[in-house]
Design a protein around this ligand. Structure first.
Ligand code: ADP
Ligand code: ASP
Ligand code: MG
Length: 816
């Protein structure tokens, strides 16, 4: 004997009911006894609730009722042979008439009791099951319609009735005996009390009906057919990367569903657990999916947790006061009171000092709970032994669940780290004593971000997504997009990293997408659909979107974005930048960036501030954190000046070399910006600060290599003329160097806390003697590397290597 249950979406349209019938036929052919439990067609229960509430407030429900009738009649028309249609129309019509009478009554009385509400809701399952059982008759002669309210017996707790198992089992067995060999089509969700009045088993209760029948009939299996691939690591509507679980234990399934995994109704697990009947969750829309099996003795899993579930709207109530301390029975009094009034408490935490209790309830119950508490604890309140209870609304519960948690240390650390890094504030924590779940209460607005971040943290080997906002689409920005696009699959396959560009802005246009912008055609897309650019708005929208693992990339060379950095860190967003202006501004700003990033647990990476993609900042940091001390740094960090001095030899003229450098795109539009040493100064300053020196820009001594006339020139053309006019000066420099077997080098130095940039002549023995192209070179002399310095050398300019450096920084975000 097997019990198959089909949920609302599985019976939502004529087409899918056809697929359901194929599944039932298949099982029937296997020769086993079958019970088929059915839900109301999708959306019908909600519509019935809505109509009942409309009626109770005196609003018209007739249009909805007519639509409901048509929806069912349409299915009859499509699925039943013509001769069978009329009797079903007649039966359905009787149901709809009864429903109308009931709603009319509610409207007249302007009162909707839980009892009437249950009766109204019962028509959803009755209609769907009636018509599907009649359709089944066309395929097998032994299909029987069963109204579960005749056999499932409960108490009077309308809306969420408790089952009288003994009596129910007897009745179900009697029914099965009368119908041996037949296929029972049973209404899910509905039951009745001793007086025969209709009750319901709670929303989502059809799953439970299936387990009740399976238990009474000692079935070999319960199949729950729904619209997703079984129980997944998280709600797939919220977490796109959620994946299906092959197996889980009853306890795990119970915990996940209790905290919001709607795919199965929590009470379902109890009868199945007691009789050890496996539950298989299958997908009506994808029958090739094997199913998630809920059973005893699952195989060892290497997943640290099985899943994450959440409840998106709850309120918490805080009760504080000395009146609770050491008072045995205080919480007993409190929670019995709430239970008596049918207020469901979803989660409780108590401080170890017993000075306060926090518990979570549905928002609709919060006020009532407070009123009840104020009555119950009137004396304590009067004597100031208790504070007036406080409600906090707009909260959500996030729970991680899994039996492996007990054996694996560090699970809660990982949870809180993921939440903290994403700026999610935790209001209360509860860990079940069984250690099968840890639940946290957070703000409802953070829920989607939190669930995704926690999913990434636990299933990172299965995928991590970085949500990126890019400012600047010049050479570096463009090249970065090309590189990201080119390496997308590699990143996914080898590092399980997905980079989503959630926003792009240049100085003209900006564009956003929560799902990630398509990089194949970003330029045309930005031009065609972008909004007018506005940096303040760009940053505000980035914060508002509240995405997990969020990174802001500043690929500009502009001072404007810098003012936003601190606020960005405060919103727990990491920054990756090639823009040097931030780090080379005032020292206090430099310090603020680091402090704020650290305080908010986010990354600030700027490897490309010095030497493009060369690992210079990283090397320096590694030396520092491993306890080394920098004695001296010598460096050539201007690719432009490197190029110029590498080519200023033999018969070459200085102004020609500068001109060629400019033509090759190695200089700023005004080459003096490079030759004045300002850009170089910024890099030395950043290195000096990273090496631990509190230094300002003015503290760097820059030797000017340009004659005054060159500096005074008003335009670039005039500047070139001045260079030409001073050719003798430059030629002398060159000759002096060549005569002594040396070369000219513009070298930055940090030693004894002093930084300088000077034009020097170096001989063959110097590590900077042989250089080519626009290479950068840096030599670190440290306590450990004092005999021979550690040298990093390579191409230190150009869009390709700079973008690659930004890319590497981006991939490292969140790695530690
Ligand atoms: P049915 O109508 O078949 O009973 P439900 O709507 O009650 O289906 O439950 C299925 C839904 O549960 C899915 O569509 C999915 O959005 C939601 N869900 C929530 N959490 C999970 C989870 N962890 N795994 C699978 N589905 C989940
Ligand atoms: N139709 C009921 C509901 O929507 C029961 C169920 O679908 O399980 O809650
Ligand atoms: Mg359901």
């Amino acid at each position: 004997m097997k019990v198959l249950k089909f949920g609302g979406t599985s019976v939502g349209t004529a087409q899918i009911i056809g697929a359901v019938m194929d599944i039932v036929k298949q099982e029937h052919q296997n020769g086993e006894g079958l019970v088929v439990v059915l839900s109301a067609m999708s959306g019908v229960t909600n519509l019935l609730v809505d109509m009942a509430e409309r009626a109770a407030t005196g609003n018209d429900f007739s249009k909805h009722l007519a639509a409901l009738e048509i929806r069912h009649f349409e299915v009859v028309k499509q699925l039943l042979d013509i001769p069978q249609q009329n009797p079903v129309y007649t039966r359905l019509k009787i149901y709809f008439n009864q429903l109308e009478d009931l709603l009319q009554g509610v409207m007249v009385l302007k009162e909707l009791t839980p009892k009437t509400r249950d009766l109204i809701l019962s028509y959803g399952e009755r209609c769907s099951t009636l018509l599907i059982s009649r359709m089944a008759l066309q395929h097998f002669a032994d299909a029987v319609y069963v109204d579960a309210s005749e056999v499932v017996k409960t108490d009077n707790a309308f809306g969420q009735a408790r089952v009288n198992t003994e009596l129910t089992d007897l009745l179900i067995r009697g029914l099965a005996a009368e119908n041996t060999g037949k296929v029972l089509f049973v209404t899910g969700f509905i039951a009745s009390n001793e007086a025969g009045q209709v009750t319901t088993l709670g929303r989502g209760g059809s799953d439970y009906t299936a387990a009740i029948f399976a238990s009474a009939l000692n079935a070999s299996e319960i199949q729950i057919w729904t619209d997703v691939n079984g129980m997944m690591t998280a709600d797939p509507r919220m977490v796109k990367k959620a994946f299906s679980l092959p197996e889980l234990t009853y306890t795990e399934a119970m915990e996940l569903s209790y905290f919001g995994a709607k795919v199965i109704y929590p009470p379902t697990m109890t009868p199945a657990f007691l009789k050890q009947i496996p539950i298989v969750i299958k997908n009506t829309f994808d029958t090739s999916f094997e199913g998630t099996v809920i059973k005893h003795n699952c195989q060892d899993s290497n997943l640290p947790i099985k899943g994450i579930s959440s409840i998106d709207h709850i309120s918490i109530i805080n009760l504080e006061g000395s009146g609770m301390v050491g008072k045995a029975g205080f919480s007993g009094r409190l929670f019995s009171l709430l239970a008596r009034e049918q207020i469901n408490v979803m989660l409780i935490t108590q401080s170890s000092s017993e000075h306060s209790i926090t518990f979570a309830v549905q928002p609709k119950d919060a006020e009532k709970a407070c009123r009840l508490m104020e009555q119950e604890f009137e004396l304590e309140l009067g004597a100031k032994k208790l504070e007036v209870p406080v409600i906090e609304a707009d909260l959500a519960v996030l729970a991680i669940v899994g039996e492996n948690m007990r054996k694996t240390p560090g699970i809660s650390g990982r949870l809180f780290h993921a939440l903290g890094r994403n700026g999610v504030n935790v209001r209360a924590i509860a860990q079940g004593s069984s250690e099968y779940n840890i639940s946290v209460i957070i703000s409802a607005t953070d829920l989607a971000k939190a669930v995704n971040a926690v999913h990434d943290a636990f299933f990172v080997q299965f995928n991590k997504t970085l949500n990126v906002f890019c400012l600047g689409t010049g050479n570096i920005g463009k090249t970065l997009f090309e590189q990201l696009q080119k390496h997308r699959e590699f990143l996914q396959d080898h590092n399980s990293i997905q980079v989503k560009i959630a926003g792009i802005s240049n100085t003209r246009k900006m564009r956003f997408s929560v799902d990630g912008l398509d990089l194949t055609d970003w330029q045309a897309d930005l031009d065609a659909y972008g909004e007018p650019a506005d940096l303040t708005e760009f940053v505000a929208r980035m914060k508002e979107m509240n995405l997990p693992n969020c990174v802001f990339i500043d690929n500009t060379a502009s001072p404007q974005p810098i003012a936003f950095y601190e606020g960005i860190f405060k919103s727990t967003i990491s920054i990756v930048t090639c823009n040097k202006i931030g780090n080379s501004g005032s020292y206090s700003q430099y310090e603020t960036f680091r402090d704020t990033a650290r305080k908010h647990g986010v990354d600030f990476f700027y490897e490309t501030n010095v030497g493009a993609g060369l690992p210079i900042i990283r090397t320096l940091k590694d030396l520092m954190v491993s306890g080394d001390r920098v004695q001296k740094i010598e460096a050539i960090l201007s690719g432009t000046i490197s190029y110029i001095f590498n080519n200023f030899k033999g018969n070459a003229n200085f102004h020609d070399v500068v001109k060629t450098a400019q033509e090759k795109g190695f200089t700023e539009p005004d080459p003096r910006d490079d030759l004045s040493g300002k850009d170089f100064m910024r890099k030395i300053l950043i290195l000096a600060r990273d090496a631990g020196h509190k230094m300002e820009a003015e503290d760097v001594d820059i030797e000017n290599m340009l004659p005054q006339a060159c500096l005074d020139a008003r335009t670039v053309t005039e500047f070139y003329a001045a260079l030409k006019a001073n050719a003798a000066y430059f030629n002398k420099l060159k000759k002096d160097a060549e005569d002594s077997g040396k070369v000219l080098r513009y070298i930055g130095k940090l030693e004894d806390g002093k930084a300088s940039i000077t034009l020097q002549m170096v001989d063959e023995s110097h590590p900077f003697y042989s250089m080519s192209g626009s290479d950068n070179i840096i030599a670190f002399t440290t306590d450990r590397y004092k005999e021979r310095p550690m040298v990093v050398k390579g191409p230190g300019a150009g869009a390709e290597v700079t973008a690659a450096g930004v890319f590497a920084d981006l991939i490292n975000v969140g790695a530690n």
